[in-house]
Structures are given as C-alpha cells and as structure tokens.
Write a protein that binds this ligand. Structure first.
Ligand code: AMP
Ligand code: MG
Length: 270
C-alpha cells in the first residue's frame, strides 16, 4: 500500500475521529504543479485499467462517494472520471427516494444499480444516506437505523464475494469551506443553479451529520469494502487522492486481457 493510501484508509481495527483530521490537508504533497502531473499520470493509468476491467468482463468496481452538501462529489466525478470509456462506466445519483422506492426496503434501489461484470459504477450518494440523512432527520426510528450498519456490511460482503470490488470515499470539508462554496454558488451567476434552500437548512445540522458520518465510517469500514477519508478543502488534493486510491486498488486486481476465443493462427481470409 502506498504511503498516501495508508494515510487515507480507515483501518477496520481502529476508529477514525473526524475532529482529528485536517480537511485542509495536502498530504505533504509539494504544490499544485507536482499534483497536476501526478493526477494526469493517474488518469492515464485509470483509462488503461478500466479498459482491462471491461475486456476481462469478470469483475465489477463500485465507487461510493459521500460527503456533506458542497463537499465536492460532483466535482470529483467530473475530474477523476474524465477520459474513461462511457461504455462500461456509469454514474448513479441517489436522490430522495421516489414513492415506489419508499415502498421497498432501502437496499432495493441500490442493489439494482450495482456494477455487472466488466462495469465500473460510481455512486453519487448511496445506501449510506439511510444511516445519514435518515438518522439526522429521524426519518426512521433509531432501532431501525442502528441495524443498518450490519445489514450494509452483510450486503457489501455479499457483493464482494460475487466479484464486486468496493471503494468508499468520504469527502471531508470544513464548515468554513462549505460556507465559502455556498457563497460562491450565491454570488456567481453560473453557479446559482447549484444552490438550494435545503443547503442552508442542512448546514444547521452540521454536527449531527459529522457524528453520523463518523459512525457510518467506523461501523462499515471492512477489509472487503474499506472507507477512505479524503481531506477535500483543496480540490487538487482531493482529485489526486481519490484517483490514486482507485488506481492502486485496480492495479491490485491483477487484471488481464482475456485469451482470444478463436484459434487465431488457424484463421485465413480469402
Ligand atoms: P443532491 O445530491 O444535491 O442532488 O441532493 C439529493 C438529496 O437527496 C439530498 O438532500 C439527500 O439527502 C437526499 N437523499 C438521498 N438519498 C436519500 C434517502 N435514502 N433518504 C432521504 N433522502 C435522501
Ligand atoms: Mg445538494
């Protein structure tokens, strides 16, 4: 494991305390220039690895992105998933459940979207909303959401046992940084559309959200589906860190191009 990944991963045997992590950290990387070069290297490698995943057609990759409003989920997708082949790559955004979804268990809509063999799927929000927003806003009683950590671990273990590699990222910004980003959304006309009243209301529950994130991460970081806490105030560091972790994990999958299905040496054309 690289030094950077080692710093970001939440070990199942230890507990993370968000208050002890600096959201403005740059992981000791010397400057934006160095980071830009490294990011480009990661993106080039990611394109190759995605091609292998697709060609191999045996395993899937699930990337979960969680974070507070303005935490940078959309920006991460835009910056890190650029250059991938759309054939074999999907983004799924989980919103407030529809009437139909509400009539099912909370994993129903999620299970339908998990990657098939050869596919890479990015979850912009996920089943973790059901232990985050559902907990903070008391959408279900505590007796229900406390059970969900175990249910989620069981679900993810099942996926992992069936060929889905899972990587989960918490994009961690400070409350101050969130304010700056909201102000930008209000002051810059081309960003106005991103701002909603609910952003203001949700900010009032900041501390409750941080507690909910911390618990979700600590209960659900496992060997087969680890959580990574990404200091995300600095977008360039966030992009570098997320892409670095994904590349490293995919390299470890030791993927190979499949053997040709035909005996190529015997083929002759008229
Ligand atoms: P956005 O990501 O800004 O488009 O907002 C999506 C909204 O959907 C957020 O306010 C989430 O909290 C909400 N949401 C996503 N999943 C759930 C869920 N399972 N239950 C309730 N609200 C959810
Ligand atoms: Mg939003």
């Amino acid at each position: 494991m690289s030094k950077l990944t080692g710093q970001l991963i939440v070990n199942p045997s230890s507990k993370v305390k968000l208050a002890e992590i600096d959201p403005a950290s740059d992981g000791g990387i010397k400057g934006k220039r160095v980071a830009a070069l490294q990011l480009q290297k990661n993106l080039d490698r990611l394109a190759v690895l995605q091609h292998l995943l697709y060609a191999e057609n045996r395993r899937g990759l699930l990337i979960v992105l969680q974070g507070i409003d303005a935490g940078g989920k959309d920006g991460t997708i835009r910056n890190v998933m650029t250059g991938l082949n759309p054939q074999g790559c999907r983004v799924v955004s989980f919103k407030v459940p529809s009437e139909l979804e509400k009539r099912h268990d909370y994993l129903w809509r999620v299970h339908k979207e998990v990657p098939a063999a050869g596919e890479m799927v990015i979850f912009n929000r996920s089943h973790y909303e059901d232990v985050l927003v559902a907990r903070v806003h008391k959408l279900v009683p505590k007796a229900v959401w406390v059970q969900r950590y175990r249910e989620i671990n069981d679900f993810e273990r099942m996926l992992s046992g069936n060929g889905v590699k899972i990587l989960k990222f918490f994009l961690y910004i400070s409350k101050d940084e969130q304010k700056k980003r909201f102000e930008a959304r209000i002051n810059e006309p081309e960003k106005n559309w991103k701002f909603s009243q609910s952003d203001v209301d949700e900010r009032e529950s900041w501390d409750d959200y941080m507690r909910a994130f911390e618990d979700a991460i600590n209960h659900c970081t496992t060997a087969q589906a680890p959580w990574f806490v990404i200091p995300a105030n600095k977008k360039w560091f966030r992009n570098l860190a997320v892409s670095g972790v994904i590349v490293e994990a995919m390299d470890e999958m030791k993927m190979h191009l499949p053997k040709p299905s035909a005996n190529l040496s015997k083929i002759q054309f008229e």
